[in-house]
Write a protein that binds this ligand. Structure first.
Ligand code: ZN
Length: 292
């Protein structure tokens, strides 16, 4: 199914090596005008790297993120994103509406937003997820065959200009130069960053009295504003009850805990019953280039 989606949307892609357009050959490879060739994996994703890339995210981490996602940990945040998109993006009766998740990991955020949008708007979106991590994309393409997934680098993304009506970028690094290039003129960029109190119980338990306990998103906000006109900034704040097993997965998927001592982690797993979830959702449109 995701193979079919790629065949139907081949025009989205451009060769990451020479920037020329790509065509699908024999339902199994994307090939550019200069014959650079990228094969589709059996589960239907495309790997745009010509050599393996090592990331710090492994399969176990993505497995934990998938469990946390299914537990509903991100639901309120994803609901808010869906509302913003549903209220802002106006479908034309012709043509498709394409959404990119830049840094999609194991794909659960993209899949959920697509599903919620479909329920809300009765419209089909075309969903594309890209991540640096092959492990993440492998999981994503197996679990969510209704979306297009590729392994790729956000600094040289394998997509043509102005193809995406929506770009979501959730708890993942940005590349505003590429976002500006990829997004349509009226397109919407939605970036989710942690708020001050995100996972504060974990920070307190693992890093009391160190600078990792404090976090401010001011710099990220300013950076967003430099490149996109901010039209919505919304805080999403809630509490989630945690049993020990779920909390262990949350800790495994959270980079802030990776340098903590095991003894501290075990203590935290027993002690914490509730976790504070605090996100800031920034939503903006492209700043037009100055004339002259
Ligand atoms: Zn090429």
């Amino acid at each position: 199914m995701s193979k079919q989606a790629i065949i139907k949307n081949t025009d989205l892609f451009k060769c990451p090596l020479c920037s020329s357009k790509m065509d699908m050959i024999g339902e199994k490879s994307l090939v550019c005008l200069k014959n650079h060739c990228f094969d589709l994996a059996r589960s239907g994703y495309v790997n745009f790297f010509t050599r393996p890339v090592k990331t710090e995210y492994d399969q176990a981490m993505f497995h934990s993120r998938s469990i946390i996602s299914k537990y509903g940990f991100f639901d309120s945040m994803l609901d808010t994103i869906t509302d913003i998109i549903g209220n802002t993006i106006h479908h034309s009766s012709l043509g498709r509406t394409v959404m990119l998740d830049a840094g999609c990991g194991e794909g659960s955020h993209l899949h959920q937003v697509m599903e919620k949008l479909h329920l809300k708007t009765q419209r089909k979106f075309t969903g594309v997820g890209m991540d640096l991590s092959k492990e993440g994309i492998q999981m994503a393409s197996k679990q969510y065959p209704d979306c297009i997934f590729c392994v790729g680098d956000l600094t040289r993304s394998p997509f043509m200009d102005e193809k995406f009506d929506v770009i979501i970028n959730i708890l993942s690094p940005s590349n505003y130069g590429e976002f500006k290039r990829l997004i349509t003129k009226d397109g919407l960029l939605i970036k989710v960053i942690p708020g001050k109190e995100y996972l504060k119980e974990l920070r307190e338990a693992l890093y009391h009295k160190t600078d990792k306990q404090r976090y401010s998103n001011e710099k990220v906000r300013r950076h967003f504003n430099d490149h996109f006109n901010l039209i919505v900034s919304q805080q999403v704040y809630y509490n989630k009850a945690m049993d020990e097993e779920t909390l262990a997965h949350l800790i495994k998927m959270t980079p802030l805990s990776w340098s903590a001592a095991e003894r501290e982690i075990n203590k935290a797993i027993h002690a914490i019953k509730n976790i504070t979830v605090d996100f800031t959702i920034l939503c903006g449109k492209r700043k037009e280039l100055q004339q002259g």
